[in-house]
Design a protein around this ligand. Structure first.
Ligand code: SF4
Length: 215
């Protein structure tokens, strides 16, 4: 737990960041979309931050809460439980904070430019929450954190392992979407979340370095 004055300083910094994001107009295609960065993303004292790709149309764009209200969100919550966590224990955000939609209104991947535009918000969120462990969900999120500090990792080779990165531990995992679950079984995602728990508990040492425990 952070000292009270440090917590107050970080609360103020997060309030400023939320206001900046709420007013952000960097991506023309995101006009009218919800900016999904609020206190509902989690506790800024959380020792672990999950970073996914972008809010989904049927999920966070509708509910305002990352990973809620759709299939991926329900799967993610079950996986969190497998690791022994609830939402209250973690902080969740996205590489792009608005829901990208194609011409038909369906979800699309954020463009390279949108990810670049949103990179500063992700960097600022990392600085405020300062989590000892960062978990990326999917290739887009892994590439997005590589813009903040290059890591040279490929998801297919790095999945489920832990790496020293940016003064903390990085664990790349697959995104719990229906598309991924079509070829990567849920039971293997469960194994990954249990391994993640072992990383958090200090039972697995990334790159020969200790996991920094949050005070
Ligand atoms: S995706 Fe990020 S950079 Fe783009 S408008 Fe939304 S908050 Fe701003």
């Amino acid at each position: 737990m952070a000292p009270p004055d440090d917590r107050a300083r970080r609360d103020a910094a997060f309030a400023t960041l939320m206001a900046t994001v709420a007013a952000c107009r960097r991506c023309p295609a995101m006009e009218g979309r919800r900016r999904v960065l609020t206190t509902a993303n989690g506790d800024i004292d959380a020792p672990i931050m999950f970073i996914a790709e972008a809010p989904g149309r049927g999920g966070a764009e509708r509910t305002g809460v990352p990973f809620s209200g759709d299939f991926s969100g329900r799967t993610f919550e079950r996986l969190l439980g497998e690791g022994g966590w609830t939402r209250d224990d973690v902080f969740i955000t996205n590489a792009a904070l608005c829901n990208p939609q194609g011409p038909t209104g369906a979800n699309r991947a954020p463009s390279r430019q949108e990810l670049t535009n949103c990179s500063g918000h992700l960097r600022a969120t990392l600085a405020i929450v300062d989590p000892p462990v960062v978990v990326t969900l999917g290739a887009v999120a892994l590439a997005a954190v590589g813009r903040i500090e290059p890591h040279g990792l490929k998801l297919t080779e790095a999945r489920g392992q832990s790496f020293a990165w940016y003064g903390r531990t990085l664990v790349p995992l697959f995104h719990p979407s229906p598309k991924v679950l079509a070829w990567f079984p849920y039971v293997r995602m469960v194994e990954d979340f249990r391994t993640l728990r072992a990383v958090m508990d200090g039972a697995i040492i990334p790159d020969g370095k200790e996991v920094v425990q949050k005070e």
